[in-house]
Design a protein around this ligand. Structure first.
Ligand SMILES: NC(=O)c1ccc[n+]([C@@H]2O[C@H](COP(=O)([O-])OP(=O)(O)OC[C@H]3O[C@@H](n4cnc5c(N)ncnc54)[C@H](OP(=O)(O)O)[C@@H]3O)[C@@H](O)[C@H]2O)c1
Length: 310
């Protein structure tokens, strides 16, 4: 018997448990039931190219009622040079998980990205907008949405952006380091989006699973949702915000505010093309599940405070 009234105790297989989102999920999924964590040490997903059955074997052994896939190939620029590996992890693994889950009657939670869009829309993207990824990473993630949804009816795909957490690497941590070491920084100011905290993603995932885990395949709420913090910013404004907050929190910041200058994406060549507009409309998830999503600064402040204490 579960401790939540009327809700069955779940068995949850969590993949990518050491990533930014995976780490946060270890905590938030606990109240739902037993969480079985899987990291690269337990199963290196790159080995699936040679042994495609090993994921199915793992799933049939654990027999989860819920699979949460926080694993992914997330090195956006490196993916341009390693498309096979990016595709294996981001496109094929979700399909393999979907097939294994469908056999067991389990549901699958998976994460996707703003990079499925080309960023040319004037306003915020909703779930029904035309996709058109600009990079190997974006294409591999879009393909993963397709393989999962084709194999498993009971799926939830959360498209998110600019993930920031205490564990793992991210833009905020890079900025904190640069701000202590460097005299000047140039940051792109023409990409719009919303930094979204790993904790917000993990808590919202748990809240929605409380509602959905027991629902049948016919429930119309299975599907794709945008899931990002409220508000929007650009990388330059985000960097300045992080550095100003860190200074207030007592970090030994060397860089002066005016030495953090804006630049354009076109002037900052990287391997993968990013969308200029990554703003995602969250009406669908808010209305369907009655959620309020906090401003992006709430999650960023929380990460900064935790990093300051540690
Ligand atoms: N980060 C972002 O800004 C962002 C933006 C939009 C969407 N997303 C999506 O959000 C989800 C979570 O992202 P995140 O930021 O938490 O990513 P992350 O911190 O990079 O975590 C990814 C996890 O996948 C694991 N992994 C990678 N290659 C593996 C392999 N060959 N075998 C086994 N495990 C492997 C990593 O293991 P190790 O720890 O051992 O490397 C890590 O735990 C992903 O689906 C991502 O595409 C992220």
């Amino acid at each position: 018997m579960g401790h939540n009234l009327g809700i069955m105790m779940q068995k949850i297989l969590l993949l990518g448990a050491n990533g930014q989102v995976g780490h946060a999920l270890q905590t938030t999924l606990k109240p739902l039931g037993e969480v079985v964590c899987c990291t690269r040490a337990d199963l290196d997903l790159s080995s699936l190219a040679a042994q495609p059955d090993s994921l199915d074997v793992l799933v049939q052994r654990v027999k989860p009622t819920i699979i949460v896939n926080a694993s992914a190939y997330t090195a956006v620029d490196r993916a341009e040079a390693e498309p096979e590996l990016a595709n294996l992890l981001n496109a094929q693994v979700p399909g393999m998980l979907g097939a294994a889950a469908q056999k067991l009657g389990a549901c699958v939670v998976h994460y996707s990205t703003d990079y499925v869009f080309d960023g040319k829309k004037a306003g915020a993207y909703d779930e029904s907008d035309q996709t058109n990824p600009l990079s190997v990473y974006g294409r591999s993630k879009l393909e993963g949405e397709r393989t999962l949804s084709n194999k498993c009816t009971r799926h939830l795909i959360f498209r998110t952006s600019w993930v920031v957490g205490v564990h793992g690497g991210n833009f905020l941590k890079t900025m904190l380091k640069f701000a202590q070491d460097r005299d000047a920084l140039r940051i792109v100011s023409d990409q719009q989006g919303a930094p979204t905290s790993a904790n917000l993603l993990a808590q919202t995932t748990a809240d929605i699973l409380q509602v959905m885990a027991g629902q049948p395949a016919t429930d119309p709420r299975w599907g794709v949702y945008n899931l990002v913090a409220a508000g929007q910013t650009n990388w330059h404004a985000y960097a300045r915000y992080v550095i100003a907050q860190a200074r207030q929190l007592g970090w030994p910041i060397k860089i002066k505010d005016e030495a953090i200058t804006p630049t354009l994406t076109a002037e900052y060549p990287v391997a993968a093309t990013r969308p200029l507009n990554s703003v995602l409309d969250t009406s669908k998830i808010r209305k369907t599940f009655g959620l309020t999503l906090p401003d992006w600064r709430v999650g960023v402040d929380e990460v900064l405070q935790t990093l300051t204490k540690s």
